[in-house]
Design a protein around this ligand. Structure first.
Ligand code: MN
Ligand code: MN
Length: 322
C-alpha cells in the first residue's frame, strides 16, 4: 500500500494557493485504473445536458477545483482531519458526451462503476442533478440505498417536454423506479418555491419519502429535524446528494434554478456534520454553474460544503475498516 503521507494535500505553507495545477484541494491526481490504495475519490462530472432552464453546470468541476485550493487540513468545528483519516485523491473527470444525454448516462455509469469496483467512496462534483442517476446505478446495483438530499426541488418529477424522462428534475423518480433507492429511507430537506402541479411531492410521499419543507426546518430547527432524519436513515447505507440551490441565493447565486428563502451556509454545515455516524457510501455536490457565478462566491461556498462532506465520509470509511 502506498505511503499515507503521499495522499496529503500540498498545503499553502509549502506552495502559495494560487500556484500549481489545481487538483481538488491539491490532493494527488490518479487515474481510476491505477488508483491503488485510494479510499475516497473526488471526481468531476462535467455534464449539464439534463438542465431544463439555465445551463452552465458543465463548467462546475473545473471551477470547484480552482476554488478548492483554499481548503486546509482541519475542520475546526469538529476536529476532523479528513485527509489524515482516509486516503483521498482526485480521480479526474468522468467521460461525457455533451451532445447526447443517454450516451452520457452510460459513460458516467461506466466510470462510476470502475470507481466503486475498486472500493473507492465517490465524492462527485457536478454537473447538473441528472448525474446522480448514473452514480446511483453504479453504487446501488446490488442493494438499494437510503439518501439524504438537500435541495430546493424534489427532483421527483416524472418527465418534461412531453414525456422526456431524463432531466435534472427527474433523477430520483428514475432511481426509485429502478430500485436503486429505498424510498422509505429517503429524506429531502429545503424544498420550497413555486411548483408545477405538486405531482412530484405526492408521488414521493406516497412512496414513503420524508420531505422537510424549508418552513418546517426553520420552525423546528436543524437539531430536531436532523435527529428525525438520522432515525429514518438508520443503520443501512446512505447516499448524500447536495444540490447547491438548496442554499439561499444570497449564499449561492451561481446556479440555474435559484429559489428564495433557502438554507444558510451555517445550517448546511451543521446538517452535514450531523451525518457523522451514518453508514455513508458516497456523496455528490451538484448544480454549481460558473457562468452564473460572476463573483465566484457559489464555488467558494460549494467547496467548503464538499470539505464538510469529506469529513463525514472519511469518518464513515474509518468506521467500516475498523
Ligand atoms: Mn434544485
Ligand atoms: Mn436538484
Amino acid at each position: 500500500m502506498s505511503d499515507p503521507r503521499s495522499f496529503l494535500p500540498v498545503t499553502g505553507m509549502e506552495l502559495p494557493r494560487f500556484a500549481g495545477i489545481p487538483t481538488f484541494a491539491r490532493l494527488p491526481w490518479m487515474a481510476v485504473e491505477c488508483a491503488e490504495g485510494v479510499q475516497i475519490g473526488i471526481l468531476g462530472i462535467p455534464f449539464d445536458a439534463g438542465t431544463t432552464n439555465r445551463p452552465g453546470a458543465r463548467h462546475g468541476p473545473r471551477q470547484l477545483r480552482d476554488a478548492s485550493t483554499q481548503i486546509r487540513l482541519i475542520n475546526q468545528a469538529t476536529g476532523v482531519r479528513p485527509f489524515h483519516l482516509a486516503r483521498c485523491a482526485d480521480l479526474g473527470d468522468s467521460p461525457v458526451n455533451p451532445a447526447d444525454v443517454r450516451d452520457s448516462l452510460e459513460r458516467i455509469e461506466g466510470f462510476m462503476r470502475a470507481v466503486v469496483q475498486r472500493g473507492i467512496v465517490p465524492m462527485s462534483l457536478g454537473g447538473d442533478h441528472l448525474v446522480s442517476l448514473p452514480i446511483l446505478r453504479a453504487l446501488a446495483r446490488e442493494r438499494p440505498v437510503g439518501m439524504i438530499h438537500f435541495d430546493a426541488h424534489t427532483d421527483f418529477y416524472d418527465s418534461y417536454f412531453g414525456g422526456y424522462r431524463y432531466t435534472h428534475g427527474t433523477p430520483f423518480r428514475r432511481a426509485a423506479e429502478e430500485g436503486l433507492l429505498d424510498t422509505r429511507r429517503v429524506v429531502q430537506i429545503g424544498i420550497r418555491g413555486s411548483a408545477y402541479d405538486g405531482e412530484d411531492v405526492e408521488w414521493a410521499r406516497s412512496h414513503g419519502v420524508r420531505i422537510v419543507m424549508i418552513e418546517e426546518l426553520v420552525d423546528r430547527g436543524v437539531e430536531a429535524v436532523m435527529a428525525e432524519a438520522r432515525a429514518i436513515l438508520g443503520d443501512g447505507p446512505v447516499y448524500v446528494s447536495f444540490d447547491i440551490d438548496g442554499l439561499d441565493p444570497a449564499f449561492a447565486p451561481g446556479t440555474g434554478t435559484p429559489e428564495i428563502g433557502g438554507l444558510t451556509t451555517h445550517q448546511a454545515q451543521r446538517m452535514i456534520r450531523s451525518l457523522d455516524g451514518l453508514d455513508l457510501v458516497g456523496a455528490d455536490l451538484v448544480e454549481v454553474s460558473p457562468p452564473l457565478d460572476p463573483t465566484g462566491l457559489t464555488a467558494w461556498t460549494a467547496v467548503n460544503l464538499v470539505f464538510e462532506l469529506l469529513c463525514v465520509l472519511a469518518r464513515a470509511v474509518v468506521r467500516r475498516s475498523a
